[in-house]
Design a protein around this ligand. Structure first.
Ligand code: SF4
Length: 361
């Protein structure tokens, strides 16, 4: 998007930053990974990187307790690099998108073993780390190292699409939005500017009912002038998510234990602790897989539903009660039901456990 086509008010260099940064200085959100604006101390790149990885496709509210748990347990990159993989995966359980956790460990080990314990301080250098894509590299470069970088997350995307009333629908509009964001990114305080835009999108320029009267950018906002702020960014027509089905096996021992397994790395939720289950076949039918032991499995009349990014999954649940001498041939372990909350089950299997504990009471 050529700079000339943006709102006249904001054509002047750094006009958006001049309007936004004083507002940020007064109203910045307090977040555990963030330094307050104007702080003499530089942000810790480890905290910034960890928060940005956790925040990928996840809300701030969901991330805060995980971030605090990780910092208490692994306070610096060297500690995380030394951590046991299974413990990190278990600590990540519930946050979703588990490839992030595997990359997190790989990245911490690379920084510690190959880079002398220091994160690269440029976007290009950061892009070379496992799990760090274009967005995360820009965010860490700007926030941790105050490099001028164009940081466009979902909140910033919305603010920019509205400021310039970009008519093209997503996802095609992403290039125009990025160009417009580039045109308004200042050469100083780039980290504060990125965080200020994120805060604006999260607290004022919200998806529904943006509070334009409180917005420091209202005077030059094209969407506000059109009276159609909520209509931006323009969405593509909605597609239904495909459905998949599968079976999960709840193998319970009469002394109050349930059989759990570590999922194979290449499967969905790979490396996480799970309940035995079939593959989730992409063609909408229950896929392959055998129950952990043969027997008269009872199919419950309730199912567990879970929505992944690209599909909806419906799992039917089969249950079998066995004696204390039962020994499945597959790798796994008997876990006490009284401590099922500590097993590190991702949300899908935690739902199954919740259902079973409700039905077995
Ligand atoms: Fe968003 Fe309204 Fe501010 Fe425009 S004026 S950026 S639509 S809150």
């Amino acid at each position: 998007m050529p700079v000339e086509s943006i709102t006249p008010e904001y054509r002047q260099e750094e006009a958006v930053a001049s309007a936004l940064l004083p507002h940020y200085d007064r109203h910045a959100r307090t977040l555990p990974w963030r330094m307050p604006p104007g702080s003499a101390q530089s942000p810790d790149p480890y905290r910034v990187w960890l928060s940005e990885i956790m925040l990928q496709q996840t809300t701030v509210a969901a991330v805060i307790p995980y971030f605090e748990k990780f910092m208490a347990r692994w306070p610096d990159v060297a500690a995380l690099a030394r951590a046991d993989t299974g413990e990190v995966m278990a600590a990540w359980a519930g946050l979703g998108y588990y490839a992030r956790a595997r990359n997190l460990i790989a990245c911490a080990r690379m920084v510690t073993d190959e880079l002398g314990g220091r994160f690269p301080d440029t976007e290009d250098g950061l892009r070379g780390l496992p799990g760090v894509g274009a967005y995360t590299a820009a965010a860490v470069a700007a926030i941790a190292f105050d490099r001028r970088a164009v940081v466009v997350d979902a909140n910033v995307e919305r603010v920019v699409a509205r400021l310039f009333a970009i008519e093209m629908p997503l996802p095609q509009a992403r290039t125009a939005i990025r160009d417009a964001a580039d045109a308004i990114t200042p050469s100083t305080r780039a980290g504060d500017f990125a965080q200020a835009m994120m805060d604006l999108g999260s607290g004022i320029c919200t998806v529904k009912a943006p509070q334009c009267l409180l917005c420091p950018l209202q005077s030059g906002c094209a969407a506000r002038a059109s009276g159609l702020a909520e209509a931006y960014p323009v969405k593509p027509p909605k597609k239904e998510k495909p459905s998949r089905e599968g079976i999960v096996w709840w193998l319970e021992r009469e002394d109050g234990h349930v059989w759990i397994e570590r999922r194979a790395d290449k499967r969905m939720l790979g490396g996480m602790t799970g309940l035995p289950a079939t593959q989730w076949d992409a063609r909408g039918k229950a896929g392959g897989g055998e129950p952990p032991v043969p027997g008269p499995w009872l199919t419950l009349n309730r199912t567990v539903e879970h929505v992944f990014t690209h599909f909806r999954l419906t799992l039917s649940v089969q249950r079998l009660l066995v004696g204390v001498d039962c020994r499945p041939a597959k790798k796994g372990q008997w876990w006490p039901l009284s401590r099922i909350g500590e097993a590190g089950l991702p949300s899908l299997f935690a739902k199954v456990a919740g259902l079973m504990q409700g039905t077995t009471e």
